[in-house]
Design a protein around this ligand. Sequence first.
Ligand code: KG4
Ligand code: ZN
Length: 347
Amino acid sequence: MKILAIESSCDETAAAVIEDGVKVLSNVVVSQVDIFAAYGGVIPEVAARSHLEAILPVVKQALSDAGLTKDDIDYIAVTYAPGLLGSLLIGTLTARMLAILWQKPLYAVHHLKSHIYANWLAGEEPQFPLLALVVSGGHTQIIYMEEHNKFEIIGTTRDDAVGECFDKVAKILGLPYPGGPSVARVAEQGSNKRYKLPIPRVEGLDFSFSGLKTAVLRAVQAELGLPITTPSYELSKHLSRQQVADFAAVFQETAAEILVEKMENALQAHPEALSVVTAGGVSANQALRQKAIERLSDANTVVFFPELRYSGDNAAMVGAAAYFEIISGVKPTDPYSLNIAPRTPII
Ligand code: KG4
Ligand code: ZN
């Protein structure tokens, strides 16, 4: 079974062909990261226009990289939620049109579900029941899955997502967008012992990251002996390279600790979980990966990470998620009426 999958929820235009759910025949990603590095963040209007320009060449490339034509494709899959409105519209309209013209069944996939299913592209299959730690630019959630396509959100952030926090801390430290990889890169040269940041105490399995971002801001202001009224964009020019590296290291360590502590609690609440899967852009973070392996894996539980090329936004994961819907008997969606849902939670 071959699925042509399309992803355009944020600032990556992506298409992939997936065979039998887990074999990636092609995976094309055109990133707009260079455009948005100049602005320090994504501009939705610009993202939508870039998708419009890139989407058809990207789909064409995915087919030709796989050595296939439209006749070899059995299904079309596309991200319909959540994400930026204009970005989602370009991908879904393209997929709707291809499904109608080529007469293929269409599957609409939730973006976070796709991130979770990126773990199925790594070779070994995660086992159910499982706990998923979803950590992206827009979401931070712990999701319990008893079986395929069954999602129970058991923890969520009450304010910022962890990826957003990486991006904001990067700005305070004067590091380029996207913040996660920048923070991780400079943290390698830093010590996570020089400064201390508080771990927020949030009830149950929920998270809070806005306080951590402010704690970094206050710590930087204090280190420089500047008043708390000093705007964040004024700070980085006063910091030495070593100070930036040390702040990046302690922030990364604290963010990873917050995530892993909550996952430990989640595992205590669900000792029957056979796998822990990590999902979303922040799952690329090596400090998080190391801590998660050390603290969450035991004789009962295996910890999974997506391959690095599938941890950020891509379409291969959309194809994997669609495959498990198809083989579970989920019905295709109507290509004439599929709408986007920029804010809907995982279902
Ligand atoms: O899943 P993703 O590519 O897009 C969304 O669905 O949001 O996640 C993007 C987020 C950004 O906030 C980015 O800074 C973060 O993932 N990120 C990282 C790393 N690579 C990407 N955060 C920490 N460490 C990384 N290595
Ligand atoms: Zn994503």
